[in-house]
Design a protein around this ligand. Structure first.
Ligand SMILES: [Zn+2]
Length: 159
């Protein structure tokens, strides 16, 4: 990684250090042990900390086995949005847009100052995923320097 990219990355991360008002700046929780290690366990609203995606149990059994005279049924689990899940489109000062997942209440009431922290949490998340080997982030000046101004659209799951 060249020096210019490192400078931009450091700038983005120092911006993330300005996070003061988010309840869950580390909004993605991973499974820490077992065969599903590294998979996402839950996603939280960065602002209030409420769970917006959790693991739910599927209906159709994957397999069943007799173990010590008892039938053990293996059910699938999947990450699913909770009823308060919302996707908020952030408008930036440079005309660009970015979608973040929040709870519906926070998406509706978010002020520009808190949106800045929400975006900084994303920069932090991208750096963490990059460090874990999840692919290189394109650390451009615009990625690091742009500032969110408002939520222009909110999408919910209609169910
Ligand atoms: Zn919230």
């Amino acid at each position: 990684m060249n020096e210019e990219i490192i400078k931009r990355k450091v700038k983005g991360l120092s911006r993330a250090l300005g996070i003061r008002n988010l309840k869950k700046p580390n909004f993605v929780e991973y499974i820490e042990t077992g065969p599903l290690q590294g998979q996402i366990k839950a996603v939280f609203c960065r602002i209030c900390g409420m769970a917006i995606k959790t693991l739910i149990r599927g209906e159709e059994p994957l397999d069943s086995k007799e173990i010590n005279g008892k039938t053990v049924v293996y059910l699938p689990v999947m990450l699913a949005e909770t009823s308060n899940y919302a996707e908020a489109t952030l408008d930036f000062d440079d005309g660009s847009k970015h979608i973040v997942a929040l709870c519906l209440g926070c998406a509706k009431g978010a002020k520009a100052s808190i949106l800045e922290e929400v975006y900084a949490a994303d920069l932090m998340q991208w750096e963490q995923e990059e460090r874990k080997g999840g692919g290189e982030v394109c650390w451009t000046d615009s990625l690091v320097n742009r500032t969110p101004t408002k939520v222009s659209e909110i999408r919910t799951l209609n169910r």
